[in-house]
Write a new protein. Structure first.
Length: 248
């Protein structure tokens, strides 16, 4: 009887051991973040001004031949409060090389960029990216899309825009939920509070003249339903965790 109990116990141990070996541990799926900068411009794709149409157009856009793709590895720093992305030195150089190869597709865009250059507005990367759409993907899925647009533009764009500055020789991209004229950084901070807006250098005099009107106007744009909708997408907690895990 005792030998039978021992045999049954040994069988149970072996069965348990085999079971633990045959059941592999579930691995956590890798998460990724990308900004795809399209070669076509706002005119080419007929993106328009309104959120619904723009997202429909950009979600179905051809991403097979972009100007450049910004991946996690291309990013040196991600600031979740300011919603700025600083590229590495090598990625900045690679983006610059890619932009040199672009042929001007629109005479109007060329005229505007030449004018801005003559006035000393912005920087060469901002001018080269002017009106080029971008697509943000998380785990290869479309999250939202927008266009590169300078702060001084009077286009009534009602969907995300990206501003471009250069800091210490590196490209810095700021993501805003909608176009807020003259403003460089989303005026709503990571806690949902209104902060002092960062004004583009070329617009500071105009903003001073507009005074209270500008303050009320920019606040209205920053807190609109559309801004809140896209701000939620831009500030998605999953995106923050992706960069936190990557040590960015």
């Amino acid at each position: 009887m005792q030998s039978r109990v021992v045999a049954m116990f040994m069988f149970a141990v072996i069965l348990s051991s085999c079971s633990s070996i045959s059941t592999p541990r579930q691995s956590t799926p890798e998460t990724d973040f990308r900004i795809i900068i399209l070669k076509e411009n706002w005119f080419d794709l007929e993106v328009g001004y309104e959120a619904e149409k723009a997202q429909s157009v950009l979600s179905s856009a051809d991403t097979s031949k972009p100007i450049f793709v910004i991946s996690k590895d291309n990013i040196e720093k991600y600031d979740s409060d300011l919603q700025t992305i600083t590229l590495t030195s090598s990625a900045t150089n690679e983006l610059g090389t890619a932009l040199i190869k672009i042929d001007a597709n629109s005479t109007e865009i060329e005229k505007l960029t030449n004018l801005k250059e003559s006035l000393g507005w912005g920087n060469s990367v901002e001018r080269a990216l002017y009106l080029h759409p971008f697509i943000v993907q998380v785990d290869n899925q479309f999250k939202y899309g927008g266009i590169f647009l300078d702060a001084a533009s009077q286009m009534a764009v009602n969907f995300p825009v990206a501003r471009v500055t250069i800091a210490e020789g590196k490209v810095v991209i700021a993501l805003l939920p909608t176009h807020i004229p003259f403003v460089m950084i989303d005026p709503i901070d990571g806690s949902g509070n209104l902060r002092q807006p960062v004004i583009a250098d070329e617009a500071k005099y105009d903003v001073q003249q507009l005074d209270d009107f500008f303050s009320d106007w920019s606040t209205e744009l920053a807190t609109s339903d559309t801004s809140e909708k896209f701000r939620t997408m831009i500030r998605d907690e999953k995106i923050r965790l992706i960069f936190e895990a990557a040590g960015k």
